[in-house]
Design a protein around this ligand. Sequence first.
Ligand SMILES: [Zn+2]
Length: 417
Amino acid sequence: MTRSPLSQNILNRFLKYVAIDTMSDPHITDHRPTSDGQIELLRLLESELRALGIGDIVFDPKGYLVARIPSNLPKGKSVPTIGFMAHVDVADDVAGNGVKARVIDSYDGKDIVLNREYSITKDDNPLLAGYVGQQLVVTDGTTLLGGDDKAGVAILMALAERLVANDAIGHGEVELVFTSDEETGSGMDAFDVGMLRSRCCYTIDGGERGEIEAECFNAATVEVDFQGIPYHLGAARGRMVNSVSMAVSFIASLPRSESPEATDGRYGYYCAEEIKGSSIHTHAIFYLRDFELEGLERRIDVLRSLAATTEKLFSGGKVEVNSKIVYQNMYEAIKKDPAIMEAIWKAGEKLGVKLHEKIIRGGTDGARLAQMGIPAPNIFTGSHNLHSRFEWVAVGAMEESALLVEQIIAHWAGVDA
Ligand SMILES: [Zn+2]
């Protein structure tokens, strides 16, 4: 079966990038990025972009690369700069280094044997049925593959090559953003948003074909300190206040039906994430999530009122609540500029790709970017079973993602800045 030059280009790049060890390490907090391989890959991307003739590049040693492809529209036509983002690191859930990818040229519709121990089964992967006769990439069963997010990186790099080589595709200024340490959750901490000119920045970091995401959780971390009153245990009656008992009472008052393990879809939750202490002082950390910002604020209020109740129940004890919004639903920023989602839907129509919207029960780098003022919806990459040895990537879906991005760029070329 003959493959398109674009899909061949994406596949070649994908195989090259997954072979570089870029596993990030959430336990390292004192330097960025958290692994040398991420710098190696960012440097490789930089040199590949330069070889394409792209000169407007910013390399930030903290682990970011921004490259701008200049507009090729007639002089005087002013359209918005549009950004696209992917991250170079891979997760550490299973081994993320030493990846040996295997290409299946024409999927035969059966279970895919990875090694003696592991297989990707049709039963667990009903979507495989849609890819019979098509090209897939899988692992050797010992590591993850890294489709999250090297598929996104390969898609953007192949597209950059196509835009530069083919002047028939009219486009405004296109900004490509490659980030690091996304999987640690703190990948955007050192990001200087001043580097970007984009009106919006689509992240290419999603899953199955056709899936797009514009909503994620609002998230708060709440630290609660319970202060007891110590007393000699032998004479403690009526005098001692035990902070461990206070914390236990506080946590037991949270609705079990609103925990992560009891919710899905659009329901938010309270999660007692960590607890440490003694009878004198107990420290607990809570993760609160909600798709509505008011809902999240209500949840924080619930903890505050529960703190007051606990103080009443344990006379003399003190409860202090400190809350911090960690990230916000990216939809808050996206909804203010309807043209951003319209560009995706219009591009999908033009391409004849069926798109469907999904909500993310978590956060993304896009959510962090949205908080910095740049709305950032997420687009599929064709990757499945992310962060696992059972990962598989459909080359045709990666190509479709690249073509969708191209159509989004073409759409914005017709929008006045
Ligand atoms: Zn990702």
